[in-house]
Ligand binder design. Structure first.
Ligand SMILES: Cc1cc2nc3c(=O)[nH]c(=O)nc-3n(C[C@H](O)[C@H](O)[C@H](O)COP(=O)(O)OP(=O)(O)OC[C@H]3O[C@@H](n4cnc5c(N)ncnc54)[C@H](O)[C@@H]3O)c2cc1C
Length: 408
């Protein structure tokens, strides 16, 4: 069972004092063995909580098993398909994810996080996406875009105030950067934040905001100096209960249905000084550094979707008989399956190598965070198309998850 305590205990492993006993390697699967491995792995990075220790391969394998157990129990194909058809997020999922410990993978233990780092966060993202791309997208918008931005840039007071609820899953988080006129060119955003006594007043609209319709806490970027380009943007923590804040509409998307995406409106929303995230006019650094890690963790989404395509195509092609034998006995079918598997493994290697460099060396390579999501996303689309082809007519109906996987 993916209990919160068990995962937390795994994350809390600390080096043991070196003694004669500790130098004798215990059996490989025991907690003592994990502790033994952990003893040799202590790394520091400003992108991790203080005292962070990179998890070992065994820690990560154990975490993956626990996420898989959680998914088997909580995100069945029925839940995934209902979320897609209804285009509504199952909001009871938030406290369940919180109880399992998954909402604070990279956050401080003091505020309820697991402090396990980015490889671990990718594992949770991959396994949730394998079950439902849309539930996983909302998960990442909460746990990475919102929680991790607060973890990296929040003051101690801000973390104490906002993170426990977000990590427990009693509050829902989002991040609002994009606008209808400012997408790729995000720095051209037009939402303004005007200084007033005791805080700032925000005016403008934000588009495409994942979890926007449900959010309690939103990290918002706005122009504090509209004429200063990238040097005039500031990040704010906005309480969705603030007067003047609203969600104008929920978007009806092709895929990721049920990951609620909204257009947010700010009509003279007052944000107190103490809710400025990072430095005033220093929002672009917060935004750009955040984007690297967001791309990295989100690149695990397409990994899960590729695995999902294989999960559907492999048994189907072995069971479906034509011309007197399973279709998987044909070389062309085997070639497609081999391509799907190889693409998944290559993309997985890229994502996890990039995440390992962050956890073990504190190195964030912007080009690799972007490369990992570019590569994984394109390969996932190809795998989903192959999956549909391999299923023949069954790939074209909603009885099977193939079309949902392609749309996600
Ligand atoms: C499901 C979903 C969830 C999202 N969640 C969030 C969220 O939680 N928070 C948030 O802030 N945003 C979110 N976004 C917004 C997302 O970040 C933007 O969609 C993205 O930045 C692209 O912006 P755009 O849609 O305006 O496209 P545009 O920037 O208008 O791009 C349109 C096309 O032009 C191309 N293009 C643009 N500029 C160039 C150029 N210089 N050279 C060549 N080609 C170019 C693009 O590659 C694209 O193909 C989400 C989007 C989606 C679809």
């Amino acid at each position: 069972m993916a209990s919160f305590k068990a995962v937390r205990a795994l994350a809390r492993l600390r080096p043991v004092a070196v003694s004669r006993a500790a130098t004798i390697a215990p059996p490989s699967s025991s907690p003592a063995a994990i502790q033994h491995i952990h003893h040799r792995r202590t790394y520091a990075s400003k992108k991790h909580p203080q005292g962070f220790e990179a998890p070992s391969t065994a820690d990560l394998a154990e975490l993956r098993e626990r996420v898989q157990e959680f998914v088997r129990r909580e995100i069945t194909e029925e839940v995934a398909s209902h979320t897609d058809r209804s285009n509504a997020f199952p909001n009871d999922m938030w406290p369940k994810l919180g109880e399992a410990g998954f909402l604070g993978m990279t956050a401080d233990e003091e505020v309820g996080g697991l402090a396990m780092g980015y490889q671990a966060h990718c594992i949770v993202m991959e396994e949730l996406s394998r079950a439902s791309g849309s539930i996983a997208l909302s998960y990442a918008a909460h746990s990475q875009l919102c929680v991790n931005q607060l973890q990296l840039n929040g003051s101690a007071t801000q973390k104490e105030k906002f993170l426990p609820g977000l990590i427990a899953g009693t509050k829902i988080g989002a991040l609002a950067m994009s606008e209808s006129g400012a997408g790729s060119d995000v720095v051209s955003m037009r939402t303004t934040a005007k200084k007033v006594d005791g805080g700032y007043v925000l005016n403008g609209t934000k588009m495409w905001i994942t979890n926007g319709p449900d959010a309690d806490v939103v990290v918002v970027y706005a122009k504090t100096r509209p004429d200063a380009g990238s040097k005039g943007i500031t990040a704010f923590i906005v309480d969705a209960k603030a007067e003047g804040f609203s969600c104008a509409r929920k978007l009806d998307k092709m895929g990721m249905r049920g990951s609620n995406t909204g257009e947010l409106v700010f009509e003279s929303v007052f944000v107190p000084d103490e809710h400025v995230l990072g430095a005033v006019d220093g929002g672009v650094r917060v935004l750009m550094e955040g984007l690297d890690l967001e791309r990295l963790v989100l690149s695990a989404g397409p990994l899960g979707l590729m695995q999902a395509s294989l999960d559907v195509a492999l048994p189907f092609t072995h069971q479906r008989k034509q011309f007197g034998s399973p279709i998987a006995h044909n070389q062309l079918v085997q070639g497609k399956l081999a391509d799907m598997y190889t693409k998944l493994q290559a993309a997985r290697a890229y994502t996890y190598a990039t995440a390992r460099a962050v956890d073990e060396e504190g190195t964030i390579r912007t080009q690799d965070c972007a490369g990992a999501i570019l590569y994984a996303a394109e390969r996932a689309t190809e795998c989903a198309l192959d999956c549909i082809q391999l299923l023949g007519g069954m790939g074209y109906v909603e009885e099977m998850p193939a079309s949902r996987i392609l749309r996600e």
